[in-house]
Write a protein that binds this ligand. Structure first.
Ligand SMILES: O=C(O)CCC(=O)C(=O)O
Ligand SMILES: [Fe+2]
Length: 302
């Protein structure tokens, strides 16, 4: 699974030792060969798995050493974005299909898209979450985050044609290429489950102008797949904004300032405990640059 890096090779990905990377994903070595085409580009949608290196450690390291290849910063090349304007444009693009789409806050910039999914489509994604298999949160203690969750990384989810259709819809509305997206993180909260106030990304100002990097989670698109009988709202305490779960609704907000390596603290948010019913929802995080570093290959900077 490991490859010897070439002589010119520089910085290694996280977790690499002596030029060797250990793959975190169990079926990765089986998938590795399918992940890159002959010219060295990651294939989409399998490309999401490239983050795990799949035996292509030195190629990914090379990619991180490159300056951003021309065009791959689209649409964020100038590193300054007026997020409210950005989401207003998204609302305009969405409106023919989603007439109730609207901007609901300027800081954090936030737009809602009620009926982004039809009820049947929302049900289909709940089913897919269940089939992928929710597991209890284990990164954070239950007092902070108590939720069952699953990343849409298994083939059954990642390769699902409807998932790709939704990714495409989001890409069209936002005007952001799908390579900049993380896969869905499905969430299920039952009675009492919650997530206390947090930011979805860190402040990365030290990386400004630095090595190639996907950059922060500039936008969060949050999907609601169910209504909740009582509780389960998403609450933004700095701005006293409450979003009530509605089946099929998507809310998109910006986590960062106009210079997008900086956090916008107004985007602090929490999941209020579910009092009764079940909340099924999903995070869908969006980066300013290609999230799949493996896509830019050694040759891109030689
Ligand atoms: O469940 C919610 O309403 C928000 C969840 C959230 O913010 C997160 O998982 O990062
Ligand atoms: Fe969050």
């Amino acid at each position: 699974n490991d490859e010897q890096p070439p002589a010119w090779f520089g910085r290694l990905p996280p977790g690499a030792v002596d030029g060797h990377c250990k793959d975190a994903l169990e079926d990765c070595s089986a998938l590795g060969a399918q992940l890159f085409d002959l010219s060295g580009r990651c294939r989409y949608p399998a490309a999401e798995l490239c983050l795990k290196t799949c035996g292509h450690c030195w190629r990914m390291a090379a990619a991180r050493k490159c300056s951003t290849p021309a065009g791959s910063c689209h649409p964020f090349c100038d590193a300054q974005v007026d997020w409210a304007q950005f989401l207003e444009a998204a609302v305009r693009r969405a409106q023919p299909e989603i007439p109730e789409a609207k901007l609901i806050s300027r800081s954090p910039a936030m737009a809602e898209f009620p009926g982004f999914l039809s009820p049947a489509e929302a049900d289909a994604l709940v089913d897919l979450g269940l089939r992928t298999g929710f597991v209890p949160e284990d990164d954070l203690p239950p007092a902070v985050r108590d939720v069952d969750k699953i990343d849409c990384e298994a083939a059954v989810c990642l390769m699902d044609p409807f998932v790709q259709e939704v990714v495409g819809r989001m890409s069209t509305i936002l005007g952001i290429p799908p390579q900049n997206f993380e896969s869905f993180e499905f969430l299920r909260y039952r009675k009492g489950q919650h997530y206390s106030a947090h930011m979805d990304t860190a402040d990365y100002r030290e990386l400004e102008g630095g090595e190639i990097h996907a950059g922060p989670r500039v936008l969060t698109a949050f999907f609601y797949f169910t209504e909740v009988d009582d509780g389960g709202e998403t609450y933004f305490p700095a701005r006293n904004i409450t979003i009530k779960p509605e089946k099929g609704k998507v809310v998109v907000w910006s986590n960062v300032k106009s210079k997008f390596w900086r956090l916008n603290e107004d985007a602090l948010h929490q999941a209020i405990p579910v009092v009764s019913g079940t909340k099924v929802a999903a995070n869908f995080w969006i980066h300013p640059f290609d999230f799949r570093a493996g896509e830019h290959f050694a040759r891109a900077c030689s």
